[in-house]
Ligand binder design. Structure first.
Ligand SMILES: [Ca+2]
Length: 141
């Protein structure tokens, strides 16, 4: 039992010095097909769907129309974009410029014509982390 106890103590010490985490809960997926692509933007450029401009990109599985993820990020200001990558090609599919896959943004920011602005989706991550509950939107169907 001693090695296990030591491991637990080590884990606790690690947790205290870990960077703040953002708890991301996503809902409203129309199916469990594919994956939830999570894009983290630290700047306006490229938001919300230019994967090459994202500060961080990761993916989460979808179960029962929901997905959840814990993102470790240094304190700062960020905006999140979630793509329901149904065909798992690692990108947001569009037809004539309109997304045919679901998209969700932090703060549940929505655009009137076109993508939501970064300013509406940005949120602050402090030392205690942050929480975002994001509902997916399907424009092209
Ligand atoms: Ca796709």
């Amino acid at each position: 039992m001693i090695p296990l106890t030591a491991a637990l103590l080590g884990a606790a010490a690690w947790a205290q010095s870990a960077p703040p985490a953002v708890e991301v809960v996503m809902s409203g997926f129309v199916s469990d097909e594919g994956q939830a692509l999570v894009l983290v933007f630290a700047e306006e450029t490229g938001f919300p769907v230019d994967l090459k401009r994202a500060a961080k990109t990761t993916a989460a599985p979808i179960q029962g129309g929901r997905a959840a993820l814990r993102l470790e990020l240094p304190p700062g200001t960020y905006a999140l974009a979630i793509i329901h990558d149904e065909d798992k090609d690692g990108d947001l599919d569009t037809f004539l410029g309109i997304p045919t896959e679901g998209l969700g943004c932090s703060n549940n920011a929505k655009g009137s014509f076109g993508p939501p602005p970064f300013s509406a989706a940005r949120f602050t991550v402090g030392a205690d982390g942050a929480k975002q509950a994001i509902t997916m939107v399907y424009l092209g169907r």
